[in-house]
Design a protein around this ligand. Structure first.
Ligand SMILES: Nc1nc2c(c(=O)[nH]1)N[C@H]1C(S)=C(S)[C@@H](COP(=O)(O)O)O[C@H]1N2
Ligand SMILES: [Mo]
Length: 201
């Protein structure tokens, strides 16, 4: 893991990057790996992505069906609750707007679920309007397993623990429920700009 801090050089750079780094964060140039358990390895032939729960007709895509969906290139800053941030990370994936298109639900929250049992809760509206993706490429290459490949959630406006690696679907919920880290005291929402690291922040 490379928890290397890149220094700021000069006033111009300072002002360019000021306002871009959320409070309490520092910049890394490497890409740390943070996983609560072992890295699952699911064969693409067994992989699917589902939207279920509070929905009349659940949706499901196989890997091939998923690859055929419209894709987007995404360049975003990411912010981990352990205080590293990484600027301009480049991804390719499918917008949640595409996946949620036509989904008619009274649900206001989702539980993202992953191979290996990881879960994290997110308000449904935080997944709409160009704010979230299921990403399967990083830097032009298939997403490495340790970073969540074959596919991970990408919700860059929230702390990075909300970006579930090895994601396999979303469960639509009427009420907010804590996911894996949220049950251990992480914040239910996790806005880096308001430093919502732990419950009570
Ligand atoms: N399935 C799963 N997703 C996960 C995690 C995890 O342990 N399991 N860790 C989260 C946390 S705390 C962070 S900071 C990021 C780390 O992603 P990275 O390892 O690609 O840097 O993944 C998030 N998604
Ligand atoms: Mo994290």
């Amino acid at each position: 893991m490379a928890f290397v801090t890149r220094g700021f050089h000069g006033r111009q750079r300072d002002s360019a990057e000021a306002g871009r780094l959320p409070p309490g964060q520092y910049i890394v140039s490497g890409f740390p790996v943070l996983s609560a358990g072992p890295t699952p390895h699911t064969a693409l032939s067994k992989w699917s992505f589902s939207i279920e729960g509070e929905i009349d007709t659940p949706k499901r895509w196989t890997w091939d069906e998923f690859q055929a969906l419209p894709k987007e290139n995404i360049t975003k800053d990411i912010h981990c609750v352990t205080k590293w941030s990484k600027f301009d990370t480049m991804w390719e994936g499918v917008s949640l707007d595409t996946l949620l298109d036509g989904v008619d639900t009274a649900a206001e929250y989702v539980m993202a679920f992953s191979d290996g049992g990881y879960t994290t809760n997110i308000p449904l509206e935080d997944l709409r309007d160009g704010k979230a993706w299921v990403a399967y490429q990083y830097n032009g290459e298939p997403l490495e397993a340790e970073h969540g490949g074959p596919a991970r959630l990408l919700v860059p406006h929230l702390y990075f623990w909300k970006s579930a690696k090895w994601v396999r679907g979303l469960r639509l919920m009427m009420d907010d429920e804590p996911g894996f880290w949220e049950m251990y005291g992480y914040h239910m929402y996790g806005d880096p700009w308001r430093e919502q690291r732990y419950s009570g922040d």
